[in-house]
Design a protein around this ligand. Structure first.
Ligand code: PEP
Ligand code: MN
Length: 265
């Protein structure tokens, strides 16, 4: 893979183009794990926008461990994301799980997310590689850095140069106190291996909202280009990942705390 100048991934949003990359300000992506209803997604979008987020995240199609857990509202959630985009001006990042859904999701999403569980779904990688939309590629929970970079190569090789790599925690022997082990060492390591922009997701990385701020700080200190943080208006009632979700008020505080060491805007 290539070395040299860091690449920039520019994403069009209703509020203008936003750049991900080493020479740009840290981009904040925030929102609930799942899109639950119009009120909560629009409310969350407006709140995180006012705190400085540039993108709203929210799952319409959810990769749940149990088939009996909420699977996402699917197509109707895409409409709600479109409404939130319109109401807030934020760009939309949402997950694609199936090659059959890619075009439909690309009509609403500004960035297509490939989740940890699909990092090596090669058919999906080739399909998003053929789209005209940037791709957020999460690290598989048991993927080596080389496997992750090669997965990104699939997207690049298919003709899409706009890939952002997102570390979201890996499986280690100790999962008693955290859901995953957030591997912040990927930041300096990836800098030597790839030109692609880096995002850190301390929400899935820790699984616990009380640990998210410290790891977000750590990611900024280590040089991340972007952060993805789960935010829910009422975490205790969230349909998925409530335990790791910040309230909008806590997110606002966190952004202020991060401002101390964030790259200048
Ligand atoms: C998510 O972003 O809600 C998600 C399911 O993430 P991951 O693929 O990292 O588990
Ligand atoms: Mn989640």
């Amino acid at each position: 893979f290539r070395h040299g100048e860091p690449s920039e991934v520019w994403v069009d949003t209703p509020n203008g183009a936003v750049a991900f990359g080493e020479h740009h300000p840290v981009v904040l992506v925030a929102g609930p794990c799942s899109v639950e209803n119009e009120e909560m997604i629009v409310e969350t979008a407006k709140a995180v926008k006012s705190s400085g987020a540039k993108f709203l995240r929210g799952g319409a199609y959810k990769p749940r461990t149990s088939p009996y857990s909420f699977q996402g509202h699917g197509e109707s959630a895409l409409e709600l994301l479109a409404a939130a985009r319109e109401a807030s001006g934020l760009g939309i990042i949402t997950e694609v799980m199936d090659t059959a859904d890619v075009e439909k999701i690309a009509e609403v999403a500004d960035v297509l997310q490939v989740g940890a569980r699909n990092m090596q779904n090669f058919a999906l990688l080739k399909k998003v590689g053929a789209q005209n939309k940037p791709v957020l590629l999460k690290r598989g929970m048991s993927a080596t850095i080389e496997e992750w970079i090669m997965a990104a190569e699939y997207i690049l090789a298919a003709g899409n140069p706009n890939v952002i790599l997102c570390e979201r925690g890996i499986r280690t022997f100790d999962r008693r106190y955290t859901r995953n082990t957030l591997d912040l060492s990927v930041i300096p390591v990836l800098r030597t291996l790839t030109h692609l922009p880096i995002m850190i997701d301390p929400s899935h990385g820790t699984g616990k909202s009380e640990y998210v701020p410290a790891m977000a700080m750590g990611a900024i200190a280590t040089g991340t280009d972007s952060l993805m943080i789960e935010v829910h208006p009422n975490p205790a009632k969230a349909w998925s990942d409530g335990a790791q979700s910040l309230t909008p008020a806590r997110f606002k505080e966190l952004v202020q705390e991060l401002g101390v060491i964030a790259k200048p805007l």
